[in-house]
Write a protein of this length. Structure first.
Length: 128
């Protein structure tokens, strides 16, 4: 048994080969700080009732959420046009298109179902 030597084989995990480089500490710190700021802004707006109109607050919260998604993709997932020859970006674009279609269709159907099928709430409820 002592005569067995460890030989390198095809599945050796010693090197990364053509694997994409991981981000530097600086990139992770920048991503973390941006994430903290993009979380603190909506939290502060909601907790302090900064705007009388809740639609403005909701819009800013959604905008911060979208920007935070982009920050996470760039700084933590390292997605760019060069990674995997652009296929990750293409998959992301395809996914975004599908999500927009599904959400828009769902909202459209729910709006029209509510408009056309819900009983009118005006008048006497005992007549139902």
């Amino acid at each position: 048994m002592a005569g067995h030597a460890h030989h390198a084989h095809g599945n050796d995990h010693g090197g990364h080969g053509d694997a994409p480089a991981h981000g530097s500490r600086r990139e992770y710190v920048i991503g973390f700080l941006l994430s903290v700021v993009l979380t603190a802004i909506p939290f502060t707006l909601v907790m302090t009732n900064a705007f009388a109109d809740t639609r403005i607050t909701a819009g800013i919260v959604m905008l911060c959420a979208i920007v935070q998604i982009v920050v996470h993709m760039i700084y933590f997932l390292h997605m760019n046009t060069k990674s995997e020859n652009g296929w990750t970006l293409m998959a992301l674009i395809f996914t975004i298109i599908l999500v927009v279609i599904v959400l828009a269709g769902s909202l459209w159907v729910m709006y029209h179902m509510n408009l056309n099928m819900m009983p009118q709430m005006s008048g006497d409820m005992s007549a139902m």
